[in-house]
Design a protein around this ligand. Structure first.
Ligand code: SAM
Length: 230
């Protein structure tokens, strides 16, 4: 039995390989009063596979503002919640931040379990300096995109971006224009899955590669900083 001083757990779930669930994640998911899930159908399949049967409630970007206060009130009455997202660590480019902030503001406590997240293996696999790095998540699609890229031109730390495959070429081309074609980068695709692929090279090499290798799946783009020192 777990003695719960914590009101909200953030529980990372696999980003592909189901064996990446941790023993602690299983323990918390089995003992939470309610599991909050970004997509109850997606998480329902995972939980069934893990043989976990707990009440599921949806919590996503479209209902979080409305849901958060009610959830905090329930936590105050003693209910323990576990938050999961579709994949990886909740609150990393996923819903979670708002709930964490409000739970803490109410004097309750939060614990995020360590576990799967896409940006860490992508950073390490890139072979680029990882002693200092910045996580940029998704770039804005239209408004603010250019300004964001321009704000990174002098960045010396390794930069990490989440990207969708259909925008990859556009991003690589924009990066090549802005950061220069010789800047080193790495595209990590389908991490932990059967078709995992890490393609390393200069931005111009990557543009050339993806022109002839149209690609599917999930992607993390890692970009060297300006004049990185090993
Ligand atoms: N919470 C997740 C995490 O901890 O990494 C991120 C969720 S975000 C909505 C989804 C993005 O994460 C994808 O578009 C992709 O950029 C990245 N991602 C997730 N799984 C991945 C995988 N297996 N391989 C490469 N990138 C992945």
């Amino acid at each position: 039995m777990i003695d719960h001083p914590i009101n909200l757990y953030l529980v990372p779930t696999p980003i592909g390989n189901l064996k990446d669930i941790t023993l602690r994640a299983l323990e918390i998911l089995k003992s939470a009063d309610v599991i909050l899930a970004e997509d109850t159908r997606t998480s329902g399949i995972l939980l069934k596979h893990l043989e976990i049967s707990r009440p599921l409630q949806s919590y996503h970007i479209f209902n979080e503002h409305k849901a958060v206060q009610k959830l905090v009130d329930r936590m105050k009455k003693g209910e323990v919640f576990a938050l999961i997202s579709d994949a990886g660590t909740p609150a990393i480019s996923d819903p979670g931040f708002l709930l964490v902030r409000e739970v803490l503001a109410a004097g309750l406590d939060v614990q995020c379990l360590p576990g799967p997240t896409a940006f860490v293996p992508a950073l390490i696999n890139s072979g680029l300096p990882n002693d200092r790095f910045i996580f940029e998540g998704f770039l804005p699609h239209k408004k603010g995109r250019k300004t964001r890229i321009e704000s990174l031109l002098e960045e010396t730390r390794t930069m990490i971006f989440y990207e969708s495959t259909h925008r990859l070429m556009k991003t690589l081309e924009q990066f090549s224009e802005s950061f220069g074609p010789d800047r080193q980068a790495c595209v990590s695709r389908e991490l932990t899955k059967i078709h995992e692929e890490n393609v390393r090279g200069t931005l111009s090499e990557l543009v050339e590669y993806y022109q002839t290798h149209p690609t599917k799946g999930e992607i993390v783009l890692v970009l060297a900083g300006k004049n990185p020192k090993a």
